[in-house]
Design a protein around this ligand. Sequence first.
Ligand code: FE2
Length: 183
Amino acid sequence: MQMLRQAGLGEKVIAHSERVTATALWLVDQLGEDVAVDRERVRRGAVFHDLGKVEDGGVLHGVVGARLGRALGLEEDVCRTMEVHVRGGVPAEEAARYGLPPGDYRPETLEQRLVVLADKLMDVVEAGKAASAAEALATLEGLLHRFPDLGKDAATTARILGLAEAFRAARRENERQPGEQAF
Ligand SMILES: [Fe+2]
């Protein structure tokens, strides 16, 4: 968090980043020991996910953060997490619609997906629509439909709900077939 402060990130965003980090690690714990996940990657991705807000408060803060992160020498996975966490992870064919530079912004790894989901859960809590990450996760679908602003748009809402559903399935299923992707 010290690096975020040095980069000039506001206290509000830093507090959000702390909550997203705690939530992402809680999600890791929820998955259980049978799911291989790099906890430190999740932690660092969550800490830095909003770094780009030092320059851009809008949809571009993901790509801005990744650029700043690469300049700072942060590992590529952390930079990629910043890039893909915006709008639930935008596929290449929709990038232009959001004003993003050409490219695929879908999260590729379990670690990235956990950060994107944790970020949305904390958006819900910070908006006062749920008291905890657990409540936000349990009630996410109804909340996103009742309060469309939380999901930003229908496509983003669908992507977030897809992440939440995949997470729940992974948590339920502790005995997957070998080679089957957990989440
Ligand atoms: Fe963000």
